[in-house]
Write a new protein. Sequence first.
Length: 134
Amino acid sequence: RTTPPGRAVGGQTASLPDDARVSPADPSLPVELQRFSGAWDGWCGPQAPRSVKVVVESINSTGGTIAYANGGYGVAVFGAFGTRLSVNYIDGELVGAVPPGGGTVALRIRNDGHMDFINYWDHKRGCYGLLKRQ
């Protein structure tokens, strides 16, 4: 399912940096890495789903660069933002730190071709969601 069960996505629409662009993955990379390349759109958060967008701008054998935007709710903890992150490829996931103090983002490609989105702060709390390729 690519929308939260029984809930509309609330808050503001996620807005990526204006210069977010996809550089096609090198065809010599393993398919499991190539699958990350592209633009993704979806939601995050079980109680209050909000808009999330990710562009995997570049990918290589050890990681890459993503543009990430969260629609937020216009309050300090859940305010909207867009940023660019360096990510590492670790155990099948792209993982990177969200500055300043925004925790860690992990992206994982599912068997159905969609992307799991995980944003966690202290390995205990987090925001989980689902993105689909645009």
